[in-house]
Design a protein around this ligand. Structure first.
Ligand SMILES: Cc1cc2nc3c(=O)[nH]c(=O)nc-3n(C[C@H](O)[C@H](O)[C@H](O)COP(=O)(O)OP(=O)(O)OC[C@H]3O[C@@H](n4cnc5c(N)ncnc54)[C@H](O)[C@@H]3O)c2cc1C
Length: 201
C-alpha cells in the first residue's frame, strides 16, 4: 500500500497529527491525499495516566479513555484516514519515492512519514539509529531518547512528533507537537502557504 503520509504511533502526538490532517479533507490541496496511521496503542504512556491538569479535560479523565475515544473520533469524523490496527513498526528505510515502513505483518510505502512512538529507550525501529540521542529535557535516570530534529524535521519528508521530538512529557505538549507537524505537512501540500484548519460556528 502507498500513502502520501503515514503516521506511526496512536498515542497523544500521533492521534493529534491524524486528526488535524484529517480535518483538511475539504481543502483543494489535501482532498486527494492518502493518509494513514499505524494506530498501535499498547505501550502509550496514556495507558495508565490520570489527568487533572489539562485544559478542556474533566479532572479524573483516564488516559486509556482518551486513546479509545481518540480512535473513535478519528474514525467518525475523518474516516478517509486509514487506521492500521494491530501492527508494530520494525523498520523505516529511505528510498527514491520516500520511505518503506515495515511492520510485523506488512510493508507500506509513503512519501512522508511521521514518527510518534514516544521517548522510551525501548524503541528499536531499524533505520532510526543514526538520529537517536539521549533526550535533552528528561531526567538522566529516566534514560529517555529523542530523534535529533529541527522544528520536528529529521530529514526530507521524515518528521518526529511528541516526546520523541524532544518535548517534556506533558499531554498538551505532545498533542501540540503532533498538530504542529500536521500543519507543516498541510503547508507543504499548499505550496508553502502557511496553513491551519479551523471550524467555525
Ligand atoms: C503514569 C503517567 C501519568 C501521566 N500524567 C500526566 C498528567 O497528569 N498530565 C500530563 O500533561 N501528562 C501526563 N502524562 C504524560 C503523557 O501521558 C505523555 O506526555 C504523552 O502520552 C506523550 O505522548 P506521545 O505521543 O509522545 O507518546 P505516547 O502517548 O506514549 O504514544 C506513543 C505511541 O507509539 C506507539 N508505539 C510504540 N512503539 C511503536 C512501534 N514500534 N510501532 C508503532 N507504534 C508504536 C505506542 O503504542 C503509543 O501508542 C503521564 C504519563 C504517565 C506515564
Amino acid at each position: 500500500m502507498t500513502f502520501d503520509v503515514l503516521i506511526i504511533g496512536g498515542g497523544a502526538a500521533g492521534l493529534s497529527c491524524a486528526l488535524v490532517l484529517g480535518s483538511a479533507k475539504d481543502k483543494e490541496f489535501a482532498k486527494d491525499k492518502t493518509i494513514a496511521i499505524i494506530i498501535h496503542q499498547k505501550t502509550s504512556h496514556l495507558q495508565n495516566a490520570l489527568f487533572n491538569n489539562v485544559l478542556g479535560l474533566q479532572s479524573g479523565t483516564l488516559g486509556s479513555d482518551l486513546l479509545k475515544n481518540g480512535k473513535e473520533q478519528l474514525n467518525d469524523l475523518y474516516r478517509h484516514v486509514n487506521q492500521i490496527d494491530n501492527e508494530k513498526v520494525v523498520s523505516i528505510i529511505k528510498n527514491d519515492e520516500g520511505y518503506t515502513v515495515k511492520t510485523n505483518k506488512d510493508n507500506y510505502q509513503s512519501k512522508i512519514v511521521v514518527v510518534a512512538v514516544g521517548y522510551t529507550n525501548l524503541m528499536t525501529i531499524k533505520g532510526l539509529e543514526k538520529y537517536t540521542e539521549s533526550h535533552p529535557r528528561v531526567a538522566k535516570e529516566k534514560d529517555g531518547i529523542w530523534l535529533k530534529n529541527t522544528d520536528h524535521l529529521i530529514e526530507d519528508n521524515l518528521y518526529v512528533a511528541g516526546t520523541l521530538a524532544g518535548w517534556r512529557s506533558q499531554f498538551a505538549m505532545a498533542c501540540g507537537s503532533g498538530s504542529h507537524v500536521a500543519t507543516d505537512i498541510l503547508t507543504l501540500w499548499n505550496d508553502g502557504k502557511h496553513t491551519k484548519i479551523h471550524d467555525k460556528i
